[in-house]
Design a protein around this ligand. Structure first.
Ligand code: PAF
Length: 281
């Protein structure tokens, strides 16, 4: 497995792959990898012949400097996991390779970045698209994989890719879950046993919404159903619930006639967990 630090090393490696007739799958990450990331790697490996993973903790997508500093890092373990997974190449650029001195260019999806989670985390999605556009440009992959768990991020990246005509297929990879249905996240280890048990309410509410959608329902009834189930769990505090059009995240009301994305954030003992489900009539 090659470990690269500069754009020029990355370009020459990717060029050599292309000249040899290989296709390139990119998996952008911020490190501290878990099984969800390995599912992205596996999706890239299925779609292409060479997989490039980037590890870069992107300051542009953090609101507070403290959050950026507190972001967990474990380079040695990440590299061992990627080696075991058969990744071809890891790009770990220093800050100045990604954001060179005097840098002043940003990339933003002006509507999609500033709705839903974007209202709670101003600038976050602008930071994501700014770094992802740069990574796309460094690696020039055929395919790039992103988790469906960060559903708004996935849609924002798809929009940017279309708008800027990057010739890259964006693959959305289904959320990897614990056997009881909890979406994998590095935050899960911070849950106490009682809160961990209480998190089951997340998949219970999304399963119920899925079933209601399949039987025919309205958006308003879906909001009520999910709120009722979440609030029935005393250890859960509902922090956010949005049900929007699955493709462009616009507001929808009335009978469910097209696929809808349910995005939910719930706090358990001070730990905020996100989950999502795409439902259709
Ligand atoms: O999902 C992430 O880990 C990050 O937002 C990404 C896509 C690697 C950009 O920094």
């Amino acid at each position: 497995m090659k470990i690269l630090r500069t754009i020029s090393e990355c370009r020459s490696t990717a060029d050599a792959y292309r000249q040899a007739g290989e296709t390139i799958g990119l998996v952008p990450t911020m490190g501290f990898l878990h099984d969800g990331h390995l599912a992205l790697v596996a999706a890239a490996q299925r779609a292409t012949t060479r997989t490039v993973v980037t590890i870069f903790v992107n300051p542009a997508q953090f609101g507070e400097a403290a959050d950026l500093e507190a972001y967990p890092r474990n380079e040695e373990r990440d590299l061992a996991m990627l080696r075991d997974a058969g990744v071809d190449c890891v790009l770990m650029p220093p800050l100045e390779e990604v954001y060179p001195n005097g840098d002043e260019t940003i990339v933003e999806t002006t509507r999609m970045a500033n709705i839903l989670h974007g209202q709670v985390r101003p600038g976050h999605f602008r930071g994501v698209t700014t770094v992802v556009a740069r990574l796309f440009n460094f690696v020039q992959p055929d395919v790039a994989c992103f988790g469906e768990k960060d559903y708004q991020q996935l849609q924002v990246v798809k929009q940017m890719t279309r708008d800027l005509a990057f010739p890259i297929d964006i693959i959305g990879v289904p959320t990897v879950r614990e056997p009881d249905g909890l979406a994998m996240s590095s935050r899960n280890v911070r849950l106490g046993p009682e809160d961990r048990q209480a998190t089951l309410v997340l998949s219970r509410s999304l399963n119920a919404a899925d079933q209601a959608a399949a039987e025919g329902t309205t958006i308003e009834a879906l909001y009520d159903l999910i709120k009722t189930i979440i609030t029935s769990e005393p250890r859960a505090t509902l922090r956010g619930l949005d049900i929007v059009a699955g493709d462009d995240l616009t507001e929808i009301t009335g009978p469910l006639t097209t696929c809808a994305a349910i995005m939910i954030s719930v706090e358990f003992g001070g730990i905020l967990l996100l989950d999502q489900r795409v439902v259709s009539p």
